[in-house]
Design a protein around this ligand. Sequence first.
Ligand code: ZN
Length: 144
Amino acid sequence: MNCEICGAFEENLLKTDVEGAILNLCRDCSKYGRVVETTAVSSGSNLNERDEPQLKSNYAEIISDELRKNNLSIAELADNLKCSPKDLKKVALGEIQPSDILVKKLEKFFKISLYEVDYVSDSNFIRHTNSLSFGDVVDIKRKK
Ligand SMILES: [Zn+2]
C-alpha cells in the first residue's frame, strides 16, 4: 500500500487520525497525526475515574473569609448550621475536612461553592493540542 501523504510504498501502513480524518500513512507521515490503534480505538473516557467531587484546597480560607465578611463568629455560625462549634473551628482552621453535610450547609448558608468543578472531557482537548491541521498536511503533500 502507498502512504496517503507522501505516496511511499510500505507493507504496513499506520492508520492515523489526522484532524479527524483516518489516513493510511507510512511511519514518517504518521507523526502528522495520532496513530489509531489497529483494533481498539483508545477513546475511553476518564469520567468514572473520579466521581467524587473534590473539595477546594483552600476551603478553610473561603470559610474564614465568609465569617469575616458576614461578621460571624464560629459559635454563631455553628448555631446557624446546627453543628458542633468545635468541628467548625477545626474546619475553618483547615485542620479537618468538613463532612459532605457540613459542606452543603456552608454552601447554602454563604451561597458559595466549596467543591472544585473541573470536569474536562478530554477527548476534544487532545485534538486541539495537535497543532497541525488537515490543511497543513495537504500542503506538505503538495511540496513533496
Ligand atoms: Zn508517508
